[in-house]
Design a protein around this ligand. Structure first.
Ligand SMILES: Cc1cc2nc3c(=O)[nH]c(=O)nc-3n(C[C@H](O)[C@H](O)[C@H](O)COP(=O)(O)O)c2cc1C
Length: 197
C-alpha cells in the first residue's frame, strides 16, 4: 500500500510499505499533531533505527531522552526551546525525543582535531535521520528542532554534563489538515550541488 503514490506531500497516519527512496520523498517537517499517543512499540522501533546508524569508529555518541509526560513536554517547549521562532505547536506532539551527544576522547577530540572533521555531529545527524525516516515509514510525523537551549534541556531530562543536547525531534500522528510541501519541490537542483569528474 502506498498512501501517497503521487508524492503530494499529503500525510497519512497509515503505516506504509514504501521503498527507502519513497519514504525519503514523503518526509516533511510536521508542525501539527493529533494528541493521540504513539504506541511504545513504535517509539522503540524508531529508536532501534537510530541505534543501528553508522558512526565514526563505531563510537555511537548519540543518547536519547524520550519525553512523553505532558508536564515535562511543556518544560521542553517553554524552557528548552529558544524564543524567537513560534514552536508552541510542539506542545501537541505526544513524544519529544531529545537527542544528545556523548564525546569520546580519542575519536571525538583527538582524531577529530587531526582530521578537521567533527565526527560526532555527523553521527548524530545520521542517527536522527534514521529515526525520522523510520517514523515516516510508520505514518508518523516528525520535526527536527535545533533552536534549543542545550543546558536547560540537559537539566529537564537529567543528563550529566558529559551529554550535550543537540536536537529535539518531535514525533506524533500528523494532523492532516496541515500537510507539508514535498521536499522535492523546495530543494536546490542537483546541477547546483554536484560536480562530476
Ligand atoms: C538541524 C535542523 C534544525 C532544525 N531546526 C528547526 C527548528 O528549530 N524549528 C523548526 O520549526 N524547524 C526546524 N528544522 C526543520 C527545517 O526548517 C526543515 O527541515 C526545512 O525547512 C526543510 O523542510 P522539510 O523538513 O519540510 O523538508 C530543522 C531541521 C534541521 C535538519
Amino acid at each position: 500500500m502506498n498512501p501517497d503514490p503521487a508524492n503530494t506531500g499529503k500525510r497519512s497516519t497509515e503505516p506504509t510499505d514504501l521503498t527507502v527512496q519513497a519514504v525519503i520523498a514523503r518526509r516533511t517537517s510536521c508542525r501539527a499533531y493529533q494528541s493521540k499517543p504513539v504506541p511504545e512499540a513504535q517509539v522503540l522501533q524508531i529508536l532501534e533505527a537510530a541505534r543501528l546508524a553508522p558512526s565514526a569508529c563505531n563510537q555511537q555518541p548519540w543518547r536519547f531522552a524520550v519525553v512523553r509526560e505532558a508536564g515535562l513536554r511543556r518544560r521542553v517547549v517553554e524552557e528548552g526551546f529558544r524564543p524567537g521562532i513560534k514552536m508552541a505547536w510542539a506542545l501537541d506532539a505526544p513524544v519529544h525525543v531529545v537527542v544528545g551527544m556523548e564525546r569520546s576522547f580519542v575519536t571525538h577530540r583527538f582524531m577529530a582535531f587531526i582530521a578537521g572533521v567533527d565526527y560526532p555531529w555527523v553521527d548524530i545527524g545520521i542517527a536522527g535521520e534514521h529515526l525520522v525516516l523510520a517514523a515516516t515509514e510508520l505514518g508518523l510525523g516528525t520535526c527536527w528542532i535545533g533552536w534549543i537551549r542545550p543546558r536547560a534541556l540537559a537539566k529537564i531530562v537529567g543528563w550529566p554534563r558529559s551529554v550535550q543536547p543537540v536536537m529535539v525531534i518531535t514525533v506524533g500522528y500528523p494532523d492532516d489538515s496541515a500537510p507539508g510541501v514535498p521536499p522535492a519541490l523546495r530543494r536546490k537542483a542537483l546541477t547546483e550541488l554536484v560536480r562530476w569528474w
